[in-house]
Design a protein around this ligand. Structure first.
Ligand code: HEC
Ligand code: HEC
Length: 94
């Protein structure tokens, strides 16, 4: 077991830092996506077009975030859920 943990450490250690920018919470407005962070995607309502849901919220850069709870929420509420945590992405509410 100890050897396995060590081996994993070595493997990961040689790779790239998965969180070069640190936690999203350190950003300008935390989880809320801003125009500056989102480029041409700001104002686009269809998040699915670029963010495949099955890949979202699998790894995080913020300690103690319950990724499974987020996945459950996204599974339950789909696109509707995104704005609860990430803001409206510049999309006018209906
Ligand atoms: C046209 C493609 C596109 C669409 C549509 C899009 N995004 Fe993004 N999004 C991106 C790209 C590319 C990045 C990576 C930007 C970067 O980190 O440099 C990103 C990054 C993000 C991030 C991480 C920001 C950060 O600070 O690291 C969040 C959260 C996000 N998008 C949420 C959403 C939500 C919510 C929607 C729908 C309202 C959406 N995106 C629609 C392309 C898109
Ligand atoms: C319950 C809150 C919550 C909901 C709902 C939510 N997110 Fe997130 N999202 C987060 C958190 C927290 C992170 C950052 C995890 C970390 O620290 O890296 C994140 C990270 C992201 C990222 C960065 C890449 C990644 O996979 O971590 C993208 C892109 C993103 N969310 C898009 C979306 C989209 C699109 C939706 C709707 C389908 C959505 N989120 C719904 C909380 C949420």
């Amino acid at each position: 077991m100890v050897m396995l943990v060590l081996a994993l450490h070595l493997l990961l250690g040689c790779g790239q830092d998965p969180c070069p920018d640190g936690s999203m919470l350190d950003g300008e407005q935390g989880l809320v996506v801003t125009a500056a962070e989102h480029g041409g995607a700001y104002g686009v309502a269809d998040c699915d077009a670029c963010h495949a849901r099955v890949t979202l919220h699998r790894t995080g850069c913020t300690p103690d975030v319950d990724l499974e709870a987020i996945q459950d929420m996204v599974d339950a509420d789909g696109l509707e859920s995104c704005s609860v945590c990430h803001g409206d992405n510049g999309v006018e509410s209906p």
